[in-house]
Design a protein around this ligand. Structure first.
Ligand SMILES: *Cc1c(COP(=O)(O)O)cnc(C)c1O
Length: 385
């Protein structure tokens, strides 16, 4: 491993560290309470009980029933399971699915897979501010539409969609509504029943829980078959021995995050405002991508004119600053971000955007250090402006 001196981490949309309280609750389930939850003796029952407590915490955080929560291995699995399995089981009702052009690849590629199985998918346009066009949604509904899948908050530009309106439209047209809420959990209060959300995806490592654990909420009125063939775990809907420690972790993490939503928002909004204020003061020709209204509080996505993001990211890394270009999932590719092109950036701009996402452990000194470092680097490498 590379030697780590002081690092400033501002890439919380890629992943977060695990909070101490979360880790502390997980630890006994590795060496002490290691029983298989399907076993009937005491350590098995202990594991089973821990899972059900965690399930209640996840359900309570989003206003769902405990019988509507399924644990998965990650956000990607939740998206795949929800979209593919709901679509397949409900194909007799119609074969049309509506999603948007700037979904996470877990959603886009699940839809692409379904197209090969004879489903028809509409990928809605997004406006230049980063919001799904509602009139476009209304116009694309057909008799055969069975599922609408629109993300709660975008992972690259942080824009929060009008989920209440989309939920209403889905309900009025008797169409199931799924939202990928992987970025939203911990940043917004969600009530799946009040918001007419029928299915939702989440992932613990985006809200200070461990990697490798996700959850899917699926309304109990919806029929779907297990994605994995195997045993009877998770009410026959997700075979495989439960990841007990991680399930305990997602339960604790969502409980803490949900309790802290308003405070977290205020804190991150202050950091973001400070960042934008200092940055625009010190570095000319900055463009912010996506609306600053209705946006995840910690997210800033920018282009700096005349700056190659690859060079900038390398130099920030040399200074111990961890941020990303676009999103972590796309960072090894030369292809421009599909999210940024969907809001109207050209290929060059989309390749050179930089995303800062602040989080729990960041403070004002971090923000000022980042801006000062950025300013020095830009002075050295700027080609114009
Ligand atoms: C991170 C992310 C995912 C994938 O979650 P994993 O747990 O990493 O598989 C899906 N959707 C969005 C919006 C994300 O940000």
């Amino acid at each position: 491993m590379d030697k780590i001196n002081k690092i400033i981490y501002a890439d919380h949309s890629a992943t977060t560290y695990v909070k101490d309280e979360v880790l502390k609750e997980m630890l006994p389930y590795f060496c002490d309470f290691y029983g298989n939850p399907s076993s009937t003796y005491i350590i098995g029952r202990n594991s089973k009980r821990a899972i059900e407590i965690a399930r209640k915490k996840v359900a309570d955080a989003i206003g769902a029933g405990t019988d509507e929560i399924y644990f998965t291995s990650c956000g990607t699995e939740s998206d795949n399971m929800i979209i593919k399995q709901i679509a397949r089981k409900n194909k007799y009702r119609g074969n049309h699915i509506i999603t948007s052009k700037f979904e996470h690849l877990a959603v886009i590629n699940s839809c692409k897979d379904l197209e090969k199985e004879g489903f028809e998918v509409t990928y809605l346009d997004v406006d230049s501010n980063g919001f799904v066009k509602i009139d476009n949604l209304l116009n694309s509904i057909k008799d055969t539409t069975i599922l609408i899948s629109i993300m709660y908050a975008n992972n690259e530009i942080g824009t929060i969609q009008d989920i209440n309106t989309i939920g209403n439209i889905a309900r009025m047209n008797n169409i199931y509504f799924h939202t990928d809420a992987v970025q939203a959990i911990g940043n917004v209060k969600i009530d799946v029943k009040a918001q007419n959300i029928d299915a939702l995806s989440m992932s613990a490592h985006k809200f200070y829980g461990p990697k490798g654990i996700g959850a899917a909420y699926i309304n109990k009125k919806i029929n779907f078959d297990s994605f994995m063939s195997g045993g009877h775990q998770e009410k026959n809907k997700r075979a495989g021995t439960e990841n007990v420690a991680n399930i305990v972790g997602i339960g604790k993490a969502i409980e803490l995050s949900n309790k802290n939503v308003y405070e977290y928002n205020r804190k991150l909004l202050n950091l973001r405002n400070l960042f934008i204020c200092k940055l625009t003061e010190k570095v000319p020709c900055i463009r912010i991508n996506g609306s600053l209204e209705n946006r995840l509080p910690g997210n800033v996505n920018i282009n700096i004119q005349g700056i190659d993001s690859q060079v900038l990211l390398l130099m920030l890394d040399m200074n111990g600053i961890c941020v990303s270009g676009g999103s972590a999932c796309n960072s090894n590719e030369k292809t421009p971000s599909h999210v940024l092109t969907s809001i109207g950036l050209n290929t060059f701009e989309a390749q050179n955007a930089i995303r800062f996402t602040f989080g729990e452990e960041n403070n004002e000194q971090d923000v000022i250090y980042i801006v000062d470092t950025l300013c020095d680097i830009v002075k050295k490498i700027r080609m114009c402006c």
